[in-house]
Ligand binder design. Structure first.
Ligand code: DER
Length: 232
């Protein structure tokens, strides 16, 4: 499909421009776009020596299925570059992430990386967060606190309409790789993502917020015709 072509174009260009044979540790994000980046890495013989750090169970499976060298954060707390997807990216390269319920480990790996690169199809490019991505900001919360946090959000953000993310292939809520729940919260257009992130992260029981502010070094947006927009 056109969207998949866009994802693939962005992923291939990012890998070819950013993942050099001189690197030794590369972080691998989660979601569907990153699959194309792993496909490209798999084809690059000059990257066989690199160790890859996962950002989720899914990411770990991608690395293993591609027969790439799997490492962990304990061995490699300093990462050369991480490539990851995003749900929406604004003009300052702030992101909404967590559409795949993986943003907790993704943010840890992103912040431990010298460079953090986003790959996405051009649907994800937006002037302001909360405009194109209409599913809300994902927030990972401790299960025992989810009702208290919902009440707090309804009180302080009356239009937020927080929703507990329910699973589709399992009865009950989505449970993350870390054993937590996800709340999806609607804030409308977000003019200051870092202010909002700082307000949300302080709520007791909130583990991580799907707003990645001042973390992204470059973003590749791919279109169905194979053209790429690179934003620094
Ligand atoms: O859950 C996540 O954070 C993913 O990285 C998500 O933001 C991007 O997933 P996609 O590449 O399938 O759109």
């Amino acid at each position: 499909t056109a969207i998949e072509q866009g994802k693939k174009a962005a992923a291939y260009r990012a890998v070819d421009e950013v993942v050099h044979s001189s690197l030794s540790v590369v972080g691998i994000g989660s979601g569907s776009t990153i699959r194309y980046a792993v496909d490209r890495i798999k084809d690059r013989q000059d990257l066989a020596h690199v160790t890859y750090i996962p950002t989720s169970f899914q990411s770990r499976m991608l690395i293993q299925d591609a027969n790439l060298k799997l490492g962990n954060l304990e061995q490699h707390p300093a990462i050369d570059v991480t490539i990851d997807g995003a749900d929406e990216v604004d003009s300052q390269l702030n992101c909404i992430k967590g559409g795949g319920a993986c943003h907790l480990q993704e943010k840890i790996i992103a912040s431990a990386s010298k460079r953090f690169i986003i790959i996405a199809d051009d649907r994800k490019k937006s002037d302001t967060l909360g405009v194109n991505w209409t599913k809300g900001v994902p927030i990972e919360v401790l299960p025992m606190a989810f009702s208290v946090i919902m009440l707090h959000l309804k009180t302080y953000f009356p239009s937020a309409a927080p929703k507990l993310r329910m699973a589709t292939e399992k009865a009950g809520p989505v449970v993350t790789d870390n054993g937590n729940f996800i709340l999806d919260v609607h804030f409308g257009p977000i003019s200051s993502p870092s202010d909002l992130e700082n307000k949300l992260i302080r709520i007791p029981g909130v583990i991580e917020v799907g707003l990645f502010c001042n973390l992204t070094d470059r973003a590749y947006f791919g279109s169905s015709d194979g053209s790429i927009h690179v934003a620094n």
